[in-house]
Write a protein that binds this ligand. Structure first.
Ligand code: AMP
Ligand code: ZN
Ligand code: FE
Ligand code: FE
Length: 289
């Protein structure tokens, strides 16, 4: 049987900063012809139960999350790194505590960014941003949509490039756990830690082969090689690193519904790689009930 590419292992729902409910996302994944979907909302497993109840026939879900972590640059500044974890025990005490901390951190920080923008006379309101965020904490994509609605920017992308940029005057950083501790935490909870989009944004220059090699000693199992933010040169380089270090290579869309311009399933992971991840994780994938 040929090794097909029918898995998209990195997606978001409205349990974090995507716009589809878990049920809607699964229905779209089925239409897109995917057989495996990784459910990876930011710092939460809130979508797992709804996903488990709504798995379409012939599909399986890898429950997971995208953990917010930081890693120090050579000059000591802390740089944001996103870490995917799959098939871990979501009742693990360390993960539960970290997510409680992160949820309150996100809630304060989202409010502060909105207040900074209001103080600078951007015509948005906290109530409207809360409404857009719906069932989850305010994140920058929600603020970006409020700024589009208010006519302050033309698109979510433009808001990220300017007003909401990490370097911008209105930005407030999130306090996150270290990348090493994140990897150890997921590993200890029986999960499979894989670094998300290592060649996107600021983390790019930081995650050298040497750094990635040292992270394998803490339990790192893979890197996301194919991602919409990676150009061909990045994919070639990361493929080489993954082969050198014996790391799993994944490909995923990082779908966010209406909050990002991309197609579910536009980047994929080969089925045999999915089998490797399933074999390493302590939680079974969700299948149709
Ligand atoms: P936050 O968690 O509030 O710091 O917001 C970061 C989130 O915004 C990440 O999950 C990204 O997926 C998303 N994001 C980053 N850049 C963009 C962009 N240009 N357009 C849309 N979403 C973005
Ligand atoms: Zn996101
Ligand atoms: Fe990310
Ligand atoms: Fe993501």
């Amino acid at each position: 049987m040929p090794n097909e590419m029918t898995a998209d292992l990195h997606t978001h729902t409205n349990c974090s900063d995507g716009t589809d409910t878990p049920q809607q996302l699964l229905a779209k994944a089925k239409v897109a012809g995917l057989t495996t979907l990784g459910l990876t909302d930011h710092d939460t497993a809130a979508g797992w139960d709804e996903a488990a109840l709504n798995v379409p026939a012939g599909m399986r879900i890898l429950p997971g999350a995208e953990f917010s972590t930081k890693h120090p640059a050579p000059d000591g500044t802390l740089v944001s790194v996103h870490l995917l974890g799959y098939l871990f025990d979501r009742n693990n005490a360390e993960i539960v505590a970290e997510w409680e901390r992160m949820s309150s951190e996100r809630s304060n920080r989202g409010t502060r960014i909105v207040e900074n923008l209001i103080d600078a006379d951007y015509p948005i309101t906290l109530d409207r941003v809360r409404e857009i965020a719906g069932r989850t904490n305010i994140g920058r994509p929600h603020i970006a949509r409020a700024l589009v609605e208010a006519g302050s920017v033309d698109s979510v992308g433009e808001a990220f490039d300017g007003l909401l940029n990490d370097e911008g005057a209105h930005y407030v950083a999130l306090q996150s756990l270290s990348l090493e501790n994140g990897i150890r935490m997921i590993d200890a909870a029986g999960g499979v830690p894989i670094i998300a989009h290592p060649r996107a944004r600021a983390a790019s220059s930081l995650l050298t082969e040497e750094v990635l090699e040292s992270l394998t000693k803490h339990g790192l199992k893979g890197i996301e090689v194919r991602h919409p933010d990676h150009d061909d040169a990045a994919r070639t380089e990361l493929t080489g690193i993954a082969i050198d270090l014996g790391l799993i290579q994944t490909g995923s869309s990082d779908y966010h519904g209406e909050n990002k311009v991309l197609q579910l399933g536009q980047e994929r992971t080969p089925d045999d790689v999915v089998e490797q991840i399933v074999a390493l994780g302590c939680t079974a994938p969700f299948t149709k009930q």
